[in-house]
Ligand binder design. Structure first.
Ligand SMILES: [Zn+2]
Ligand SMILES: [Zn+2]
Length: 306
């Protein structure tokens, strides 16, 4: 198959583009998303949530390219959950990438913040929640805490991630959470809450993997071993099966969702995070999810420093 813009061989079938034209197509899509949804302005202090995987490395690279940051304007933040055989590898890749690209990297860990690695928390068997629920709550807490002083947190969520989130919240009848999705996360600017944005919102998982591969990013394409035990994995499988039989289904979900999103945001504009009475971080309940989890972790550890 040939590139639709030149005579070179295509690296992707849909759209049919060669390496050079695919890279500029992908980068334009990200930069158009940033501009259309006003996700980042050139003067913003930006914290990029990174894992060392393909998505966050791609977004980190593109944000650096977009910002041309001055000293102190861009920080990569890695949350080390303590997942043996997985996070240690991606952390190594990320350290190398940040050092080669002159990006400041900050690392915060579950062990340092809650006294235990995720592996140990799961092994204790004391908390009756799915691994991804525990991990997601603690990660979001640490991301927000360590991004204080920055204007925004950039995440590497791609179109497939968003499709899964939309579908999961529909299936669980969580329309209020649905209203918090979109390229710019959350309901409104709230005290203590660092705005999160998703520049890869319209880029598929496949496109992002191809971009990382063609750019030669030294990243692992392995995924977290805990995902197999999650609701998300079931929804992802369902969506992938559907897409393979009905091409364009995921794009359809995202386009329908984004059309309805302003109405959802308006409907739930009065709700949103208040402040946790224990830690002062944003929370939809009196005590935030991270503080309740930390209390449970404390029952099998005396070293919690939250
Ligand atoms: Zn071409
Ligand atoms: Zn709290």
């Amino acid at each position: 198959m040939k590139c639709k813009k030149c005579k070179e061989n295509a690296v992707l079938a849909d759209p049919a583009l060669c390496k050079k034209h695919f890279l500029s197509y992908y980068e334009k899509k990200v930069s158009d998303t940033i501009k259309k949804y006003k996700l980042i302005s050139k003067s913003d202090k930006v914290c990029v949530a990174t894992s060392g995987g393909k998505d966050s490395t791609a977004v980190l690279y593109l944000v650096q390219k977009f910002l041309k940051p001055k000293k102190g304007q861009l920080q990569a933040l890695l949350i080390d959950e303590g997942i043996a055989g997985y996070r240690d590898h991606t952390a190594k890749d990320l350290k190398k990438f940040c050092s080669e690209n002159d990006i400041e990297l900050k690392i915060a860990s579950f062990k340092g913040s809650f006294g235990k690695t995720l592996d140990k928390i799961l092994k204790s068997g004391r908390i009756r929640l799915k691994p991804c629920t525990i991990c997601g709550t603690l990660r979001r807490y640490l991301l927000n805490k360590h991004a204080k002083g920055f204007d925004i947190i950039v995440t590497g969520h791609n179109r497939d991630d968003e499709c899964q989130a939309v579908m999961m919240n529909l299936l669980r009848q969580q329309t209020e959470i649905l209203a918090r999705l979109g390229p710019m996360t959350g309901m409104a600017k709230r005290k203590g809450f660092v705005q999160r944005v998703k520049p890869l919102y319209f880029c598929s998982e496949k496109e992002t993997a191809l971009y990382a591969l063609l750019m030669g990013f030294d990243v692992s394409f392995n995924e977290c071993p805990n995902i197999i035990d999650s609701y998300r994995a079931d929804v992802r499988e369902m969506l992938n099966n559907h897409e393979s039989r009905h091409s364009g289904a995921k794009q359809g979900i995202i386009e329908s969702f984004i059309r309805e999103l302003p109405k959802l945001k308006k409907q739930y504009s009065g709700s949103g995070p208040a402040i946790c009475v224990k830690c002062g971080e944003p929370s939809s309940d009196k005590v935030c999810g991270a503080c309740s989890l930390a209390a449970q972790i404390r029952t099998c550890s005396n070293t919690v420093r939250i």
